[in-house]
Design a protein around this ligand. Structure first.
Ligand code: HSE
Length: 429
């Protein structure tokens, strides 16, 4: 049976998971793929660091170039992280005719256009199942399973850390800083959770999904991204009273003119929606195709084993590509798309929480400004409070373009009766 050599660049959490899982299920994989997959080279940063797996002597190197250049390595797995170094690795490996596998969402979101152009030029595939939603096979589903569909919309929970934090805020009624501390103490949040919390980890994944779904590489500067820091326990309670859960949702969809919308926001999800009960560190995606209708994917979006499972599925595909000399499902430009809608043109319902003076005429002033911008209110909550100075005022806003909503909000914030920050959240529709 033909053997295919694998080179791993990186033996951290995911690399160790790939190594261990390949050892554990090697026979199963060999039977299913019809080829033997063998790790022949591993690049590590520090040769003498302690590790939980013990590769054979001579396999390790502290230079990633050794892995890429080794003639016995046919497939390169990039698990280094960062942008510049893995980008250099991609260029070297693809030019050498070696398929590359990665889980590096930031790299693909920033350099995807260049990487896929090179891959097409040299006719060598790139695989990245691990880059979006960890163990959920969403990349293969979009590339292959939905190949006969126009994808109308994807609504997705793509960041486990923020979903865990929002779930804990909902269950325990705690505020964001306490829930973040809890996530860190339980090992769910990264040491530096900035990209999880500010929405950019989910946005990188949304850019990859949007690019695959709509056939042009989406420019990250056109993506509207908001994080979960501004959500408070009070917002979660008000949302619950109104029949919603708050989730960090990536929205990716096309309008009837083939312009696309890509955004990530803390979003009010109706309690009956399939994404509403997705709690804890889990990810989920609702994908709507014109032929298939609605589909739902659910699973772990991070962690050693789910991510290793995704990398191994890519290894199988890369090995089959080598063996058959065949065509891989790559990033193929297609469709009429090519344009992202400006954020101000995106239409949504909104939740607006203000803190206002508790005196006659305040609601009329706020409603008046919304009215002059042609924005309708669908409901209002103003709970009784014993704090005579300021009260929360929550407004649910009918569908309106974000640009108009933003302009109205700027005016509302300037009213003398409005105290403190205004919280504006999007409603899933
Ligand atoms: N930190 C991410 C998450 C996983 O919490 O989902 C890696 O993208």
């Amino acid at each position: 049976m033909q053997k295919i050599g694998i080179g791993l660049a990186g033996l951290g959490t995911v690399g160790t998971g790939v190594y261990r899982s390949l050892m554990q299920n090697n026979l199963l994989l060999t039977e299913r793929v019809g080829l033997e997959l063998e790790i022949r080279r591993i690049a590590v940063r520090n040769l003498s660091a302690p590790r939980s797996v013990q590769p054979a002597p001579g396999i390790l190197s502290d230079r990633w170039e050794t892995v890429v250049d080794d003639p016995n390595v046919g497939i390169v797995v990039e698990l280094i992280g960062g942008i510049d170094l893995p980008f250099a690795l991609f260029q070297r490996a693809l030019k050498a005719g070696k398929p590359v596998i990665t889980g590096n969402k930031a790299l693909l979101a920033e350099k995807g256009a260049q990487i896929f152009e090179l891959a097409a030029d040299v006719n060598v595939p790139v695989f990245f199942e691990a880059a979006v939603a960890g163990g959920i096979p969403i990349i293969k589903s979009i590339r292959e399973g939905f190949i006969g569909n126009h994808l109308q919309a994807i609504h997705a929970i793509l960041n486990g850390t923020s979903n865990y934090i929002l779930s804990r805020m909902t269950e325990a009624g705690i505020d964001f800083p306490e829930a973040l501390q809890e996530a860190q103490a339980n090992g769910y949040a990264e040491a530096d959770p900035t990209l999880d919390i500010n929405g950019w980890d989910a946005a990188h994944k949304a850019i990859i999904l949007a690019s695959l779904a709509y056939g042009f590489w989406v420019d990250s500067r056109l993506v509207h991204v908001e994080g979960i820091e501004k959500v408070s326990a009070a917002d979660i309670r008000f949302a619950q009273d109104l029949g919603y859960r708050i989730k960090l949702v990536a929205t990716i969809r096309a309008d009837s003119n083939s312009s696309i919308e890509v955004r990530v926001n803390p979003t009010l999800v109706p309690q009956g929606h399939v994404l509403a009960p997705v709690n804890g560190v889990f990810n989920a995606l609702m994908v709507r195709g014109d032929i298939v209708g609605d589909t739902l994917f659910y699973g772990r979006g991070a962690g050693q084993d789910p991510t290793a499972s995704a990398v191994i599925s890519d290894l199988a595909q890369a090995a089959i590509w080598i063996d058959s000399g065949g065509k891989a499902f790559g990033f193929t430009p297609h469709g009429l798309y090519g344009k992202c809608l400006p954020i101000d043109d995106l239409v949504s319902g909104f939740y607006l929480r203000l803190t206002v003076d508790d005196r006659p005429g305040v609601l009329a002033q706020v409603a008046g400004i919304l009215g002059t911008h042609d924005i309708g209110i669908s409901s209002v909550i103003q709970p009784e409070t014993h704090d005579a100075t300021a009260v929360p005022l929550v407004l649910m806003i009918h569908n309106a373009p974000f640009g108009r909503m933003r302009a109205a909000l700027e005016e509302i914030k300037r009213l003398a009766c409005v105290k403190g920050p205004a919280i504006l959240l999007w409603i899933l529709s």
